[in-house]
Design a protein around this ligand. Structure first.
Ligand SMILES: [Zn+2]
Length: 244
């Protein structure tokens, strides 16, 4: 199936693909960046696992001119990696599966980090390099990394109620989609990828390390199917509901 990136009402051509962290505090920040011509992919700490979705999208959308990797300060996912790297006991206590753990942490085996801010930047740099290495054969898009300092932008107060929303890559604004589904945008972490398989490490990190046990998934024509969600419920023991 081809990748249909949603377009805005003016049907503007999608020019930018942005890869950002799933952190709920970025929803509003990303909406401000989104002029209707930017499609988003999101995962834990701009996850490397999004590369599969990214390859598919860039192949099918030669009109893309820019690819952006967006990192941010005070990143929860980077914090988990940092803690686990220097405190194995802590990782074991989190209860993540070894296969997912390896995908997230192993690539940093040789690196030394001062703090989680360094992890976030290193993760972004590594992803940027991998994208350049992968897409140059079929895409003319330029690749750049941007960093969002959350202490310098306005974010709503954290009410402590966190959910995880799974969506396909899209140009739609979160203020429109998440609220239209009857969910609160404040506290809603967003993972966006082409397939649930690409999302599994991010969902596992969110549920095990960030303790988010309520998962909602976009359904309908462009979304995921009930049957697919059942596997998430089984694997991770979280509640997973389709949004229509
Ligand atoms: Zn983050």
């Amino acid at each position: 199936m081809s990748v249909a990136l949603m377009r805005d009402t003016e049907n503007r051509e999608v020019s930018t693909l942005a890869i950002a962290c799933m952190d709920w505090r970025l929803n509003g920040v990303m909406d401000k960046r989104n002029d209707g011509a930017t499609a988003f992919l999101r995962g834990a700490g701009s996850s490397q696992d999004l590369l599969g979705s990214l390859k598919k999208i860039t192949r099918e959308h030669p009109e893309l001119k820019h690819i952006e990797v967006i990192t941010h300060s005070d990143c929860g996912a980077a914090g988990v990696i940092y803690k686990a790297k220097y405190d194995y006991e802590n990782y074991a206590a989190i209860g993540m599966s070894q296969s997912v753990w390896r995908r997230i942490v192993d690539k940093f085996d040789e690196k030394k980090f001062k703090d989680k801010e360094e992890v976030a930047l290193e993760n972004g740099t590594a992803l940027e390099k991998r994208i350049v290495h992968n897409v140059w054969r079929w895409s003319d898009a330029d690749v750049a990394m941007k960093h969002v300092d959350l202490s310098r932008v306005e974010v709503p107060q954290d009410g402590g109620k966190h959910t995880l929303v799974l969506m396909k890559p899209s140009t739609q604004k979160y203020s429109e989609t998440i609220e239209a589904w009857g969910l609160e945008e404040t506290g809603a972490y967003v993972v966006q990828a082409e397939s649930l398989l690409d999302m599994l490490p991010d969902i596992e990190l969110a549920s095990r390390a960030l303790h988010i046990d309520k998962v909602f998934a976009e359904a309908g024509h462009n979304g995921f199917r009930q049957k697919e969600l059942a596997s998430i419920r089984r694997r991770l023991g979280v509640s997973a509901t389709c949004l229509v």
